[in-house]
Design a protein around this ligand. Structure first.
Ligand code: CA
Length: 230
């Protein structure tokens, strides 16, 4: 069996060394880069099994790299785990919308990181991560972060976009407000966001979807459901 490979893009030398050591001990072949543009180039050339991507980097930052990776066919399916600091919560969520497979906040424990890595490698890239989702007059282009209504762009905030994407990907299942908070806001116990925030954003989203607003159904005492076919 060939060795799993990992590309670590991280500019802090001590963290890079700790990561390289951790992965080598687990039997990975490790490639490293301390700069954004170089990291992107190596990803395309070396085709690693997994990329560990720091958010704040000299040159291109982590989100720009992620976007470029997902836009390029040769790297679009490589799993990416983002490394973020606590204060970068917002970027973390945007990162997941752009197609990161998971994130790890610094400081991290090597054991927790490895558990995440194994989970990501096991499940691969999600099958539902389609480039374009459609329902009636709505077209959502995941990589371009774009929503069209009857072919015309709709201006959505990042949260409204995330919400619509999660709803459209749910195959008609009911999603509770808690699940939506977790998927779209990246809710954890350190963030005090209330479930009615979801209702507020759904309201805004419905307004912007105009004649297609009724596709987002409120399910009493349960949450929301998106009707793909009607
Ligand atoms: Ca950094």
């Amino acid at each position: 069996m060939s060795k799993e490979t990992v590309l670590i893009v991280e500019d802090e030398k001590s963290i890079l060394e700790l990561l390289a050591y951790t992965f080598e001990k687990e039997g990975f072949r490790v490639y490293a880069s301390g700069e954004g543009g170089d990291g992107l180039e190596k990803a395309g050339r070396l085709q690693p099994s997994l990329i560990l991507l720091d958010l704040m980097l000299p040159g291109m930052d982590g989100l720009e790299i992620l976007k470029a990776l997902r836009a390029n066919q040769t790297t679009a399916s490589i799993p990416v785990i983002m490394l973020t600091a606590r204060s970068e919560e917002i970027d973390k969520i945007v990162g997941l919308e752009l197609g990161a497979d998971d994130y790890v906040t610094k400081p991290f424990s090597p054991r927790e990181l490895m558990a995440r890595v194994k989970a990501v490698l096991r499940r691969g890239r999600p099958a539902h991560s389609q480039p374009v989702l459609r329902a009636g007059a709505i077209e959502l282009q995941t990589e371009k972060h774009l929503v069209l209504l009857k072919g015309k762009p709709v201006e959505l905030t990042s949260k409204e976009f995330g919400l619509l994407k999660v709803l459209m990907e749910s195959d008609g299942r009911v999603l509770s407000r808690e699940v939506l908070l977790e998927k779209v806001w990246g809710f954890d116990r350190s963030m005090h966001i209330e479930t009615r925030t979801v209702d507020m954003h759904v309201g805004q989203l419905r307004k912007k979807l105009q004649m297609e607003s009724e596709r987002i159904l409120t399910v009493k005492n349960a949450g929301y459901r998106f009707e793909n076919e009607k």
